[in-house]
Every structure is written in C-alpha cells, then in structure tokens.
Design a protein around this ligand. Structure first.
Ligand code: GDP
Length: 191
C-alpha cells in the first residue's frame, strides 16, 4: 500500500487524521430534485424536512460515524448546490474527494441517465481511487418506480461502484449507505 487515502492525503484537502480516525471529503452528484439535500439532512440531523433547503454552497456539513472495527470516519459532505451546471467548476469540486455519491430518483429514468453521465465525468476528473456509490433514492415511491433495481445493480457492477436504494423520507438505508462507504475506504497504511 502507498499509504494514500482516496486521493485525500494531501495538504489541499486536509487529508486524514490517523489510521483509526479518518476524515474524508464526500461529493454529492445528481440531478436537481433527486433528494441529495434530503439524504444529507436525514443522515446528519436525522430528519426529513423537504421545506428546509440547506444552502450549502461554499461550505459543507459534516458527520462522524464509528465502524465496527472502531475506526471513526468524519464525512465532510459537499453538495453541488446547482454548480453541476458549470462544467468548468467540476474539477475543483472533485479535487480531494475520496468519495462520490451519485444519486438518482427511481421514479425518473432521466435522472438515472444523468447519473451515468456523472460517473463518466468522475472517471475523467476524479481521483483514480475514489470510492463511488450509486444511490437510487425515493425507494418509498415503489408504485411509481420506473428504474428497475436490476438496472442500477448492473450499471454499478460494471463500473466498480457500490449500489444501494434509499429513502430519505422513511430513512431506509440512509445510515447503511454511509457505513458501506466507510467499509470501502482504503485505510492509510500503519508505518
Ligand atoms: P436535491 O435537489 O437533489 O437536493 O433534492 P431535495 O433534497 O431538495 O429533494 C427534492 C424533493 O424530493 C423534496 O422536496 C422532497 O420532497 C423529495 N424527496 C427527497 N427524498 C425523498 C424520498 O426519499 N422519498 C420521497 N417520496 N420524496 C423525497
């Protein structure tokens, strides 16, 4: 192992604390309206409040989790806040990101297509060892489902990503999403 952590172990990003306490930059990508802010609010504050839109913009929300191997991971969560429209900003946004969470809405095939676009962008501009998660959100709306889970599974498998379906509304699989990411993060080598 080279001792690098998902492209994060550099001065720019703030990097890691030590082998047992990791700090990672996580970027959210996906069409507007798929539920990115709601996922973050559910994870960080434990609530679903579609009316209180967080204006993240220049800043980020953070949340620390503990894994079973007693590692703690502090996620610094960056929402695009609409900046996904400005392709020129993308490399700046991805820089130092150890994790990318690409979200679509299971009731909207267009958002699934857009998710695939973001995966390609990440492969171009992201760190080569970035951990990528593909998230089909709004799983509670199963009666309106238009993207079969199998499509997400297959796409994720082909692209070396972790796949999960979530509901920010019911909290289904929200904590699991971040725990699974935590398990997949490369650990810095102990020297
Ligand atoms: P963003 O633009 O990707 O950040 O999307 P938001 O987090 O603002 O969510 C857009 C809308 O989708 C919100 O007004 C919520 O009502 C709705 N929403 C988000 N997550 C869920 C979910 O898991 N289930 C359902 N039914 N609605 C959701």
């Amino acid at each position: 192992s080279t001792g690098r952590l998902g492209g994060l172990n550099n001065a720019e990003s703030g990097g890691v604390a030590d082998a047992k306490n990791l700090r990672v930059k996580l970027v959210l990508l996906g069409d507007s309206g798929v539920g990115k802010s709601c996922i973050v609010l559910r994870f960080v504050r434990g609530q679903f409040d579609p009316t209180s839109k967080v204006t993240i913009g220049a800043s980020f929300l953070s949340q620390t989790i503990a894994l079973q191997d007693s590692t703690t991971i502090k996620f610094e969560i960056w929402d695009t806040a609409g900046q996904e429209r400005y392709a020129a900003l993308a490399p700046l946004y991805y820089r130092g990101a150890a994790v990318a969470v690409i979200v679509y809405d299971i009731t909207s095939p267009e958002t699934f297509n857009k998710a695939q676009y973001w995966v390609k962008e990440l492969k171009k501009h992201g760190s080569p060892d970035i951990v990528m998660a593909l998230v089909g959100n709004k799983a509670d709306l199963h009666e309106k489902r238009e993207v079969p889970a199998q499509d997400g599974i297959e796409y994720a498998e082909k692209n070396g990503m972790f796949f999960i379906e979530t509901s920010a509304k019911t909290a289904d699989n929200i904590n699991q999403l971040f725990e699974e990411i935590g398990k997949r993060l490369p650990r810095p080598s102990s020297t």
